[in-house]
Each structure stands twice: as C-alpha cells, then as structure tokens.
Design a protein around this ligand. Structure first.
Ligand code: TXA
Ligand code: MG
Length: 339
C-alpha cells in the first residue's frame, strides 16, 4: 500500500527540463500536433490558422464536433490577429489576469477558421502563464489552438506522462515541463453579453473578477445539463476508469472504515489528515488541508488511481467557496460519470 502525504516541500521542482522548442515549432508549422505544459493542465496544440490541423485535434481527442477549443496567445498582437475587437472590459481583465488561468470569450476574427469554435461567432482565448508555453508561442510567432491533451471525457493531464499514456503516438511531441502548478483548467468568462458570466470555474474566482470589473454572473451548476452558452459543459467530463465516491469531512473516517473491509481495491484521497488506519487500502493520498495543493494533485491522483488498478476511490468533498467551487465542479462531474 502506498501512503503519500502531499505537502508543499515534497512537490517536485517545476519547469526544470530543457524542452526542444524548435522541434515543436517545426512540427506545428507542418500541420502536426504538439502537447505542451501550461500553468493549468497540458494542452494539445495546433496552428490556429490551419483547419486540417484543427480537425486532427478533434480526431485525436475523439472530441464532439460541437465543443470549441481555446486559443492561446503569447502577446496582445497575437490576440488582435484573431478577434474582432478587444472591448474596454476585456482590456481591464487582461491587464490584471494575463498571463494567467483566465479564458475570455471574444467575437471571432475573420482569419480564424470556423472549425476552431465549431461555427460559433465567438472565440475563447487566453495567455498561459508558463515559460515553456510562452516560449513556444513566441518562437512560432502566432496563436496556438489547444484543448486539454486528454481523450474527450477523461481527466485532464497535469504531467507529461499522463499525455503519453492518454494519446500515445497520436501526438508527435510532448514538451515536458513537470507537473502543472494550478492543476485545474482555466476559468472561462463570457464577456460578449451585457453582464459577464462564468462558464467554467477555475482558480480565478468570481470575487476576484468582480473586484476588477464589478458584477459577474455566477457559474451555474445547472448549465452542465442545458444547452447553455458553454458548449463543452454538456458532455461528460473528467471521468477516470475508477468509481469515485465523494464524502464529506464529517463522514470521512466512518466511510473509510466501512470501505476498508469491502473486499474491493479501495484508494483514498483527502484534503485533511484523518486518523484512519491505512491498512487495507490500495493507496492513500492526503494533502495538508490546503485547497491549492488539493487542486494541484486532483487530476494526477485520478490518473494514478487508475494506473494502480483502484476500483473505488474515496474522495473528500470541500466547501464550494473560492477555489473549492472549481474543485467540486471537477469532482462532481468525475463522480457522476464514473457511476
Ligand atoms: O486551462 C485551460 O483552459 C486548458 C489549457 C490547455 O489552456 N484548456 C482547456 O481546454 O481546458 P478545453 O478544450 O479542454 O476546454 C475548453 C472549454 C470548454 O468547456 C469549451 O466548451 C469552452 O472552453 N469554450 C471554448 N470556446 C468557447 C466559446 N467560443 N464559447 C463558449 N465556450 C467555449
Ligand atoms: Mg478539456
């Protein structure tokens, strides 16, 4: 049984590798796909102006053709080359939050193939806060379309190995930047309507956004089901090949006891340290009672549980406040899909 206490000191150093950026640029220019690290999760990148390369992204991911992808830019000139206009609200936001884990929805510019946003008149754009991603964007000299580098419906990759296991030879090159520091995908904010609305919660919270631009409509959990404005929210998401059971802090010890003797291969992932006897579990991961660490490790624990052959993963719920909202969004969707 593996018992790991996830704490700040034990986290591997980030960005220590020396990736072959020029090779990646060559592959992209020829219409190929390259996976690269961002501060949130690994992206599966293609040249934004190459419709055939964009089609390849959808093929390799098995992505539904009505789920548009996010475009990454390295500077404001690249942004202006792909959108119709940068509104005063957009200017305020990108001044504060870019580079960083905030995706904004713009009116799509005429040069961008409609395949990128599945025919929508809008385009999702962000500037990633990661030295390798920014270097790649600079060296290529144009924006890169990149959804998360997983097969559609599966947990996002937060380490280069997750991408290799997930996509194999379908991706020509994976730039290895170590583990992604945020660990959850960016906040998606629609700024094309009179009042901005959160379409996907992430590290940049509603409160932080409101401090900069005033009123922001909250993320609605119900928008997962309905047609909504964020097409990707309809599909099943983040689902590993492991049954996930969400448990409150109060019930955690009791439920662990119950599952420990169930005869199943059980894994545990908790944010707090509980006084639980660890024998009988296939693996046991606990954080230091910190949402940032919990988010950082969430997807990698799902990948790991799967690789270890865990059948049931017991996961601690957190309050849906601040980063907790994004954590619970991913966990609830993973649990729903894994039933
Ligand atoms: O952190 C991230 O955002 C990562 C890294 C790689 O940058 N990317 C990512 O991409 O999570 P993806 O494709 O897995 O998720 C994109 C989300 C989907 O929910 C999609 O529906 C939404 O953004 N989206 C994309 N274009 C949109 C548009 N024009 N209008 C509304 N939502 C859009
Ligand atoms: Mg994704």
């Amino acid at each position: 049984m593996k018992t790991v206490l996830i704490n700040k000191k034990k986290n591997p150093r980030l960005f220590e590798k020396d990736p072959p950026i020029q090779k990646a640029v060559g592959i992209l220019q020829k219409g190929g796909l390259v996976a690269f690290p961002t501060e949130t999760v690994y992206g599966l990148g293609a040249r934004v102006f190459d419709p055939r390369a964009i089609e390849k992204i959808f093929e390799v991911k098995g992505r539904p053709l009505n789920n548009p992808v996010i475009v990454h830019v390295g500077n404001l000139r690249q942004l202006e080359s792909i959108v119709k206009e940068v509104s005063p609200i957009a200017k305020k936001l990108l001044k504060v939050f870019w580079p960083g884990p905030l995706t904004l929805i713009f009116p799509r510019g005429s040069r961008v193939p409609s395949e990128v946003s599945c025919g929508l008149p809008t385009l999702a754009v962000r500037m990633p806060d990661h030295p390798i991603a920014l270097e790649l964007l600079k060296e290529l000299g144009e924006p890169i379309a990149a959804p998360s580098a997983n097969r559609s419906g599966r947990p996002s990759p937060t380490q280069a190995d997750h991408v290799r296991t997930e996509l194999g030879d379908n991706v020509e090159l994976v730039l290895d930047g170590g583990p992604c520091p945020v660990g959850l995908e960016s906040t998606v904010l629609d700024i094309t309507e009179a009042v901005p609305r959160i379409l996907r919660p992430g590290q940049v919270t509603r409160e932080t956004l409101e401090a900069v631009i005033g009123g922001v409509l909250p993320y609605e959990l119900s928008s997962r089901e309905g047609p909504g404005k964020s097409p990707g929210r309809k599909h099943s998401h983040y689902v590993p090949n492991v049954r996930i059971i969400l448990i409150s802090e109060e019930d955690f010890t009791k439920e662990c006891e119950r599952w420990r003797s169930s005869g199943k291969k059980v894994g545990v992932f908790s944010r707090e340290s509980f006084e639980v006897q660890k024998e009988g579990f296939l693996f046991y991961r606990q954080c230091e009672g910190d949402n940032t660490l919990y988010a950082q490790n969430l997807f990698s624990v799902l990948h790991e549980a799967e690789a270890e052959g865990v059948e049931v993963l017991l996961v601690e719920q957190v309050d849906k406040k601040g980063l907790g909202l994004a954590i619970m969004d991913r966990l609830e969707r993973a649990a729903e899909g894994s039933k």
